[in-house]
Design a protein around this ligand. Structure first.
Ligand SMILES: O=c1ccn([C@H]2C[C@H](O)[C@@H](CO)O2)c(=O)[nH]1
Ligand SMILES: [Zn+2]
Length: 132
């Protein structure tokens, strides 16, 4: 699957965003190594801290279906620059995805930024820091 196709999948996911509070729609598309795509959108709640980002929705969907081998993640929102994932998502992505996996950030203007998981969260805290 091409990078632009994965961004299109993220754009479709974005349409399902449930964002009555922020009105800020985000879409994500997670490509597995065997070519399957899991879409995710952000889902908010009146108890604001319960809001779930698009990236984590996609990752948790895949994981809960037994898919754990990922090849790329695309994220899109209507932002001036390609949408930067929040710190919480960076932490989750860095634990569940390979450190050299491609993360494609995009916006609706067609701006794209491509980086790796380890570039997204350098010096990430991980299990290795707790157990030797
Ligand atoms: O990369 C991001 C950044 C923000 N959000 C969501 C969380 C919340 O619903 C709204 C505003 O922060 O956007 C995401 O889904 N992904
Ligand atoms: Zn997030």
């Amino acid at each position: 699957m091409k990078m632009n196709e994965l961004i299109e999948e993220a754009k479709k996911a974005r349409e399902y965003a449930y964002v009555p509070y922020s009105k800020f729609k985000v879409g994500a598309a997670l490509l597995t190594k065997d070519g399957k795509v899991y879409r995710g959108c952000n889902i908010e709640n009146a108890a604001y801290s319960m809001c779930n980002c698009a990236e984590r929705t996609a990752l948790f969907k895949a994981y809960s279906e037994g898919d754990k081998e990922f090849a790329a993640l695309a994220v899109i929102a209507d932002t001036p620059r390609p949408v930067p994932p929040c710190g919480a998502c960076r932490q989750v992505i860095s634990e569940l995805c390979p450190s050299d996996m491609k993360v494609i950030l995009a916006n609706l203007n067609g701006d794209i930024m491509e980086l790796t998981v380890k570039e997204l969260l350098p010096q990430a805290f991980s299990a290795e820091d707790m157990y030797e």
